[in-house]
Design a protein around this ligand. Structure first.
Ligand SMILES: NC(=O)c1ccc[n+]([C@@H]2O[C@H](COP(=O)([O-])OP(=O)(O)OC[C@H]3O[C@@H](n4cnc5c(N)ncnc54)[C@H](O)[C@@H]3O)[C@@H](O)[C@H]2O)c1
Length: 255
């Protein structure tokens, strides 16, 4: 598959280039990145590929787009995907309603894959959390603690919100998300779901779900030791949606 990488000059964009170079059936043909300079190229798998500053300039034949950029970049890349009939794997986090509308619109004509976390392990963590919720929700407090490198721009992480939503949608009594507890003096309620963000160093990503009951706790933690797992997940997702009908796909479909 020939891939266009959105956000190619970023940490994840480069990881996707490395992962594609190691995959016999994948080739990056160009990138789009707001930070590009004139005639900038990126070395990927021994070949230099051009980097364009906008989608208008990126008129190169491809089979799919993989995106790890910034939420503001997402609507334009989806318009491009729909116009060129290209499947799109959107891995950027911090998406709002505007970007979700753009995904739904593009999914009317092309396959669109989206997940705030492309790792297999987080997908399993989500399933384990959903397994625990029915037994624990009436007696245990639930808190999510996530940690990421100091350059991460959105907080809490898209993965923390995804885990919270996955649990909340099966709770008999819907929970209220509480972000940090600075300045609050109220007792914590069983209907609260605390979400806490820690930032520092080069941590690729760590998510703990804490179920705290009277006299006992359960903690389940996923730790990402390398960004490669997200890049490999994105490559798998591109392969997966390559032959699919238009529509929205997630890690639940892939796993
Ligand atoms: N889904 C996942 O599994 C997963 C894993 C890791 C990171 N992410 C997300 O991927 C995104 C990128 O992460 P990163 O660590 O590579 O960040 P980064 O800051 O290193 O790279 C982002 C790149 O996108 C470019 N960019 C910014 N705005 C743009 C625009 N409007 N148009 C085109 N390019 C633009 C930047 O110039 C930069 O090169 C973040 O949202 C991050 O949270 C998702």
């Amino acid at each position: 598959m020939d891939i266009i990488v959105s956000g190619i000059l970023g940490r994840m964009g480069r990881a996707v280039c490395d992962a594609a170079a190691d995959a016999p059936d994948m080739r990056v043909v160009c990138g789009v990145d707001a930070a590009t300079g004139p005639d900038q190229v990126v070395a990927t798998g021994g070949a230099d590929v051009p980097v364009f500053g906008s989608w208008d300039a990126a008129d190169i034949a491809a089979d799919a787009i993989i995106d790890f950029s910034h939420y503001t970049a997402v609507p334009a890349l989806l318009r491009y995907a729909a116009a060129k009939a290209l499947p799109a794997v959107v891995c950027t986090t911090g998406l709002g309603e505007n970007e979700r509308d753009a995904m739904r619109e593009a999914a009317r004509s092309v396959p669109v894959f989206n997940s705030a976390n492309m790792s297999l392990g987080v997908s399993v963590l989500k399933s384990m959390a959903r397994l625990a919720v029915p037994a624990l929700e009436s007696d245990f407090n639930v808190e999510i603690i996530e940690a990421h490198h100091h350059m991460k721009k959105d907080s809490p992480s898209g993965t923390a919100l995804m885990l919270a939503d996955a649990m909340n949608e099966i709770c008999e009594t819907r929970k209220d998300y509480v972000y940090g507890r600075h300045g609050t003096s109220d007792e914590v309620k069983l209907t609260d779901l605390g979400i806490h963000a820690v930032r520092g160093g080069s941590i690729p990503g760590k998510h703990t779900i804490l179920f705290a009951g009277p006299g006992e706790t359960i903690e389940i933690t996923h730790t990402a030791y390398t960004r490669d797992i997200f890049a490999l997940g994105a490559i798998k997702a591109a392969r997966y949606i390559g032959g699919k009908q238009h529509g929205l796909y997630t890690m639940d479909d892939l796993v």
